[in-house]
Design a binder for this molecule. Structure first.
Ligand code: PRP
Length: 203
């Protein structure tokens, strides 16, 4: 029973967005660059375009491990056409924040790709080195055609001029994490793309 002498404590109004920002900062996030909602909306649009482009051609989606896992999983589930998936693992970074310029294959495809229609799925095009290397190698195996879909592309004037057919978001040249992207193996499970707080890698 509520009497006139009762003290009613009203909790401070904290919005979901504010709570998210607070929690994220505590985890080393400087700021959220692309929200979960914007990512999912963009993926829905991309999926519709790919459905229309490929129809019954049964494309092979080639995901570039490890970073593309989140994007690839959401993109393929948003598509409604018959398709197959495969993965390659290529490393260019190590644990540093800048590309070392070194590319090596850690895992090759399981599928034969001659005559197939490929959709290469990348989480981010940074220097373009990984993609340039990958496309050269894939083209040598004579697929019917290759389309490159990247969730993120950094605005970087000195990047390799590499084929990217569809970009979700053009982003500034900052160290980004989340939605598949890591720093030293961490942060891949964030549902959004964020800028890493520089204190994380300078301390
Ligand atoms: C990242 C990202 C891209 C590549 C882009 O992969 O996933 O594949 O770098 O950089 P680039 O355009 O400068 O080549 P990374 O080598 O860090 O491996 P990961 O996906 O396992 O994190």
């Amino acid at each position: 029973m509520t009497g006139s002498n009762d003290t009613v404590t009203i909790a401070p109004q904290v919005s979901g967005e504010e709570r998210l920002q607070t929690e994220s900062r505590a985890r080393g996030v400087a700021r959220i660059l692309v929200s979960e909602r914007r990512i999912q909306d963009e993926i829905a649009a991309m999926a519709a375009e790919l459905d229309a482009e490929y129809g019954d051609d049964q494309p092979l989606m080639v995901g570039v491990l490890t970073g593309a896992v989140a994007f690839m999983a959401d993109l393929m589930k948003a598509m409604t056409i018959p398709l197959q998936i495969d993965f390659m693992a290529i490393s260019s970074y190590g644990a540093a924040t800048k590309s070392s310029g070194v590319v090596r294959i850690l895992k090759d495809l399981n599928e034969e790709i001659e005559g197939r229609r490929l959709i290469v799925v990348e989480d981010i095009v940074d220097s373009g080195l990984t993609l340039q290397y990958l496309l050269e190698m894939l083209k040598a195996r004579q697929p019917k055609d290759i389309r490159v879909v990247a969730l993120l592309k950094k605005d970087k004037p000195d990047a390799f001029d590499v084929q990217v057919d569809r970009v979700g978001f053009h982003i500034p040249d900052e160290f980004v994490i989340g939605y598949g992207l890591d720093y030293a193996g961490q942060y891949r499970n964030l549902p959004y793309v964020a800028v890493l707080d520089p204190s994380v890698y300078t301390s």
